[in-house]
Ligand binder design. Sequence first.
Ligand SMILES: Cc1cc2nc3c(=O)[nH]c(=O)nc-3n(C[C@H](O)[C@H](O)[C@H](O)COP(=O)(O)O)c2cc1C
Length: 362
Amino acid sequence: MPHLFDELELRETTIRNRIAVSPMCQYSCEGKDGLATDWHQAHLGSRATGGAGLIISEAAAVEPRGRISPRDLGIWSREHADALADTTAFVKKHGATPAIQLAHAGRKASTYRPSARSDRTTVAGEDGWTPVGPTAEPYPYDQPLDTHRLSVDEIQDVIDSFREAAEHALDAGFEAAEVHGAHGYLLHEFYSPVTNTREDEYGGDFAGRTRLVREVTRAVRAVWPDDKPVLVRLSATDWMGEENWTVEDTARLAPLLAEDGADLLDISGGANHPDQQIPHTGPHYQVPYAEQVRDALTDTDCAVGAVGAINTAPGADAVVRNGRADLVLQARQNLYDPNFPLHAAEELGVEPPVPRQYRRGF
Ligand SMILES: Cc1cc2nc3c(=O)[nH]c(=O)nc-3n(C[C@H](O)[C@H](O)[C@H](O)COP(=O)(O)O)c2cc1C
């Protein structure tokens, strides 16, 4: 079995180790225009000098109404691509693989950024917009927003937005694209019975509910180069009982997404409804889901990423070494220590990929 500091090959793309920086919204587009700023460059760039193998950008909206907040990153035009080009070049120069998370917030859109001083969650009026979803049922925020049910024609427009966003991401210099199909955002809202009560071809049974995430994956794959990987992030479970989305459903969907061209499934969980009941949030709480999905993919070339409180070097190494996942993703631990991969390499007795400029510190 490989270990944490072995390379990972996805298509013809070589990722230098098995540590990925998990997507993390920075809510730092101060112009409320989706354009990356110097913050994005410093944030993602420091993760590359910190030694990570794969660096996934925060959720980048494929259209303006797909932003979670007015300060979210966007990737819906050439201008957005240009604003990210220096960042991807820097990340590559320092040996890491830059990936972008292509996202649509669906009915969870138009909220204030978490640090905003406001007793309201949702943005109405001037800065806000009407969120869209599989139905007109709003997300149950304290002040729910009127929500628009997407028609079948409008769903096709959303798929086109993902395709065009992928083209802009390529122009920006990204090597990998991750389709955000988790956390109660648009694609998850469609595949989960909690949020999708449609009776047309985009709802109803398993095939109908999973149609959108599959079509988006195929659309992105169609424009993404053959030698570069497409990833899909899924919520393995709604944590809302057997009648809603379960890890067994995710294991059933996994080989279908591999057929659609996904090269790695990034297995997260929940966030589709505030009534979810997470059984435990301790170390490695979602790794069993990644493992179950990986078992369902044995007849494919599709790899699996695990995420969720994988905070120590020996723990991360064990996830890879024991074949529970091919890659570990880190969010909060990496905010705390952007040099986690360098420190982990030292702890595990591997030569850390320290930048020349920093060698005197190691
Ligand atoms: C500040 C912050 C922002 C996040 N933004 C995103 C995001 O843009 N897209 C996403 O899929 N997950 C997002 N997440 C979830 C993380 O990627 C990750 O799945 C979660 O935090 C669990 O991993 P951890 O225990 O290593 O933090 C965010 C998490 C944090 C802490």
